[in-house]
Write a new protein. Structure first.
Length: 168
């Protein structure tokens, strides 16, 4: 499932094996974009309430969208070795899937900088889905968040990476 190479060094560790923040000072600035997705599985009755806008706490998707954007902006505060970066754009979308009784969240995050926004996109999705859980947990504590993953990354020295092209 992963496209990692066992010979590729883990760049968050120095020569002594200690964790450190990667120095990106010598990297060239470029436009960078990352797209991530994830979903939350719920009971059909919970999805129906969400779809009808009948949650007791209010506009679930509106609040979750704002939370996801905030999550992208706060990634460096949550992930110890992530660089604080200047985000130029965040787009959050939700899709209701009544066949599988789940809600998907997709985040697209962009910047112009020396490091990518993959962590920001995946954090946005995670925080958005956790917010949905928080707002609906009174009616469905068994909801399950799953499948948070990177779909696409563009920019930087490594160029374009697409999950659909990864050999599995």
């Amino acid at each position: 499932m992963s496209d990692t190479n066992k010979n590729t060094p883990l760049n968050h560790f120095n020569a002594s094996g200690q964790a450190h923040m990667v120095n990106v000072g010598d990297k060239t600035e470029s436009a960078r974009v990352a797209v991530a997705i994830g979903h939350i599985q719920m009971l059909p009755a919970t999805l129906a309430r969400l779809s009808a806008g009948e949650a007791a706490k209010g506009d679930v998707l509106g609040v979750a969208r704002l939370a996801a954007i905030q999550g992208a902006k706060k990634t460096a505060d949550l992930i110890p070795l992530a660089h604080p970066i200047s985000i130029t754009h965040v787009e959050i979308s939700f899709a209701l899937d009544s066949t599988n009784s789940r809600l998907s969240c997709q985040a697209t995050v962009a910047t112009v900088g020396r490091t990518g926004v993959e962590m920001e996109a995946m954090t946005a999705v995670s925080v958005g889905l956790l917010t949905v859980y928080d707002m609906l947990k009174a009616v469905d504590r068994g909801m399950e968040i799953a499948g948070v993953r990177l779909l696409e990354k563009r920019g930087g020295k490594s160029g374009v990476w697409l999950a659909s092209e990864v050999k599995q």
